[in-house]
Design a protein around this ligand. Structure first.
Ligand code: ADP
Ligand code: ADP
Length: 232
């Protein structure tokens, strides 16, 4: 089943001389329990595609669906609700609150939404990302890799149908990056998560199930079971 799907999705910024066609009739499916990497040169539309699919940006034409929900039909309030209930986000900057400890950061989105985390799931997530001994620590007491794992756990905690990750290892040294990527890959394998990750790092892309290549706002290639050498 498709966790998310774009059909003939176009996104145009500006008008007249400053008009930019960021996405030009893109069709792509993100299947359940599949880890997709999106690669392509700077300015090729990677972030725009992710933002449009995550309902963070409006689309100009075509269709963007999360599950069977068409995002273009949703009013702001419903869209916010859908983002909160079905989508997890991992950004390059960890966006952790410095005054909260790791566990409080992890459960914050659910606390805001007034939802109670499923304790068994939360335990599994915390164990999977290897934070069991660090839950009472605040962000400034954690390494960069551990902070990013908190951000990963936060994205997973609410059991979202799909996770969008924008360069999730961009700020990490290669060892911490490999750990975070291993955890993401494991969460796809063990918990059936759907993950869409923007990256320009071939090693990061090699953890995915398939790579979708963008150029000038179009999908130009797709590769299954990528290796780091294969995506260079
Ligand atoms: P990538 O993530 O691959 O680097 P982006 O999706 O950020 O590419 O950008 C795709 C194109 O859309 C680029 O030409 C960029 O300049 C343009 N663009 C992105 N965001 C905006 C915006 N808010 N306003 C105008 N143009 C934008
Ligand atoms: P563990 O050894 O605890 O499983 P790892 O982070 O080493 O943790 O690996 C987690 C998952 O990522 C495993 O499924 C492993 O096969 C996979 N993996 C590890 N390294 C790579 C790599 N370089 N490319 C692709 N997948 C990898």
């Amino acid at each position: 089943a498709a966790a998310a799907r774009a059909t003939d999705l176009s996104k145009v910024y500006g008008e007249g001389e400053t008009q930019v066609i960021a996405l030009d009739s893109v069709s792509v499916e993100f299947r359940q329990a599949e880890f997709t990497a999106i690669m392509g040169p700077s300015g090729s539309g990677k972030s725009t595609l992710m933002h449009c699919m995550a309902g963070l940006d409006t689309i100009s034409s075509g269709s963007a669906r999360i599950g069977d929900v068409e995002l273009t039909t949703l009013k702001d309030k419903k869209l916010t609700q859908l983002r909160r209930d079905k989508i997890g986000f991992i950004f390059q900057a960890f966006n952790l609150l410095p005054t909260l400890n790791a566990l409080e950061n992890i459960t914050l989105p659910m606390d805001i939404a007034g939802r109670k985390a499923d304790q068994a799931w939360l335990d599994q997530v915390v164990a999977t990302v290897g934070l069991a001994g660090r839950l009472k620590h605040r962000p400034n007491q954690l390494s960069g890799g551990q902070q990013q794992r908190v951000a990963v756990a936060r994205a997973l905690a609410g059991q979202p149908e799909i996770i969008f990750a924008d360069e999730p290892t961009g700020n990490l040294d290669s060892r911490s990056g490999a750990e975070v990527l291993g955890f993401l890959r494991n969460s796809v394998r063990e918990m059936g998560q759907t993950i869409v990750m923007v990256t320009h790092d071939p090693v990061a892309a090699s953890y995915s199930d398939r790579v979708v290549f963008l150029a000038d706002g179009r999908i130009v290639d797709e590769l299954r079971n990528p290796t780091a050498d294969g995506v260079l």
